[in-house]
Structure formats: structure tokens, C-alpha cells
Design a binder for this molecule. Sequence first.
Ligand code: C5P
Length: 404
Amino acid sequence: MLQGKRILLIIGGGIAAYKVLELIRRLREEGASLRVVMTKAAKEFVTPLSVASLSGTKVFDDLFSLTDETEIGHIQLSRAADLVVVAPATGDLIAKMTHGLADDLASTLLLATDKKILLAPAMNIRMWLNPATARNVAQLRGDGVLFAGPEDGEMACGEYGPGRMSEPHAILAAIRVALESNTSIPLPGRLLSGRRVVVTSGPTREPIDPVRFLGNYSSGKQGHAIAAAAAQAGAEVVLVSGPVALPDPSGITVRHVATATEMLAAVEKGLPADIFIGAAAVSDWRVAQVAEQKLKKAERAPVLSLVENPDILAGVAAGGKARLVVGFAAETENVIEHARVKLAHKHCDVIVANDVSAGVMGDDENQVTIVTRENAETWPRMRKDQVATKLIAYLAARLGGIRG
Ligand code: C5P
């Protein structure tokens, strides 16, 4: 429940604005107290009247309206909230925020607030993937701004990909997390400056023939967030990524690979490093004989013979070219026990264990247990970028304790 929580909701101008009506209804059902601001463009998509009737409150839209300024100044409006939520957060609003522009009420409030800000981006896939937006988003994340989504999906313009605004229930979940946790605070100082970090992320694809492959559901969201958090903390980062639908985080060397063998080669090139983090879901097997031509449908289904792939994580731990070796254990049962076995088997320093039976793969949230030889520490469920920030702070502290 959000009883008594004060939320300043800023509605940006995008087709996804219609979904905000549902968000307003659910926020009120949960007892939140709302103040709503609409940009000029937002009013082209939903009417202030429908927003006012659903929210049960006056809609603010004019920076220079004298009555608003005498009743409640924009500074007060920006501060008298527990959380500022922007939905939909358009490419334009995100760009304005990044540069601290303040030419209307919404952008002025975003510049003036001293409260946490949660953005629910929504824009066309090309706009989201544009390096300018990627740079802006990375910058805002670094400043401690929180994000809910965007999600992959069919867009209003008919294209498919990342950029669709999260559904109201997902934004609501992110609002709860933002109000509960303290983990959104940007990483203190330059925790990893002068350090080198190599991260693997995403799935691998093991070819069967020229058109088919063995793969898995890994989205790369956790690994990419870790790489971004390490860069934010000042590290020089090499991200070795399997095929994912995510933009390359800015300020990072990204090596795109497909198979486990390619991933291993790229990791070896990236070493030595201070920290190696194996967050990729590397396929344990590959097809022994990849068919040169597309397999034809025959009377009998083909039998695939598999061979084991190299274990990249165990190899890095054995090679001694990383001072701190961190693995992931994605399990569907007895998560901590399996993580302990993995820690011992693969000789790594830390295993981040998570239960993937709960639909974590592809989700924006994760619940992890940090398993070391000494103990196991379970963290609350939070967004993957928050897990990343907390993990980087934890690893930086651990690295500080290692001499070298
Ligand atoms: O053995 P399992 O695949 O469950 O171990 C998961 C951990 O090992 C992850 O950190 C993953 O990145 C890493 N791994 C690897 N190379 C493999 C298999 C797993 O680096 N071939």
C-alpha cells in the first residue's frame, strides 16, 4: 500500500500517456496522494479534464500561472513529494533532464527537486537506441535517477523492440521499490577508478546448421547493468556480450560474440583484470558437428550429438589473471546449496545466486544471494540496475581488502 505517500506525477507527451490514466487510478486505489503536472505535448494525447477527474486533483501545467505560483510555488511543488514519477518519459524530456534545461513547468520541477526521480521511458525504438538517448540515460543513471522499463514489444508505430512504456502494474512495482529502498543512491566517489573489469553478459548461441541454434532466455539485463555500474564507478570496462536486444552501455568497450568459444576468446583478450564477472548464461554444450547446409526434414528427426563447452568462469579462476572472480548461479531449486557447490568447484571468490524459476530471466527485477566461502547474504528484491550498483559497491569494498 502507498497510503500517505506523496507522488508528483509528470505526464510527458507520448502515445503511452493513455496508460498513465490507469496508473493514476491504481495509485489512488493504493492511497497515494497525487499532484499531477502535464507538459504541453501531453495535453495532445490525454485531456487535463480526464487526468483531473481520475486523480481527483487540479492539473498543473503552467510555469508562469500566477495563481499557481501564489498558491504553491514550483519549488514547493517539486519538494513536497516523496517521489517524482515521469510517465511517459519522452526522449525530449530525458534529454532536457540530462542537460538541466528548464523551459516549462515539468522540466523546471525536475531541475528543482531534491527527491528521487523515477522515469518510465516511452519512445520509438530508434529514438531509444539512438546513441544520444543511450548517453543521456547512462548519465541520468549515474546521477541516481531511477528507471522503470522501457520494455520490448510492439510499438504504436508498428515497429518491434525496446522503447515501449512499462505497464502500469510494473511502474507501480518500481514506485514501491523506489519508495522502500535506499539503494538508488549513486555510487559514492569513484570506487573503481583505475581498476579494470571484464563482464560477460547475455546468452550464447550454439549453431546447429546455418539457420538454427541452441540458446537460452537470458536477456543480458543484469550483466549489462553490472557493466554500466562498474563504468559509473570509474572502472575501465570490457563487456563481452552474447546476442541481446539491449543497447551497448556508453563508455564501455563492448565485444559482441555468439558462441561460448568466441566468448572465451574475447574474455581472454580482455584479461588481465582486477575483477571478472561471469554474468552470461553460457551454453554448457555445443553441437559436435555443425551442418554446413540447412538440415532437411527427413523421415526421422535428426539426433544432435553435443560436446561440452569450455567453462569460461572456471578457466578465469584457474588462470589467475583476475584478482576477484565472480560467477552467477541461476538455479530453479536449492539455490544457495547449489551456489556453494559451484563456488567450490569453479574456485571463484563470489557467487551471485538467483532463483530463475521465478521468471527472473528477462525481468527488470532480481533477487539475489551473495555467496562466499565465509557466508551467504540475501538481498531484498530490487531492480537489476540496483542489484548492479550494490554488487559493484560490495566488490569494490572486497577488492580494497585484497593486497596487490
Ligand atoms: O555451471 P553453471 O553454468 O550453472 O555456472 C554458471 C556460472 O558459470 C555463470 O557465472 C556463468 O557465466 C559461468 N559459466 C561460464 N562458462 C560456461 C558455463 C558457465 O563462464 N561454459
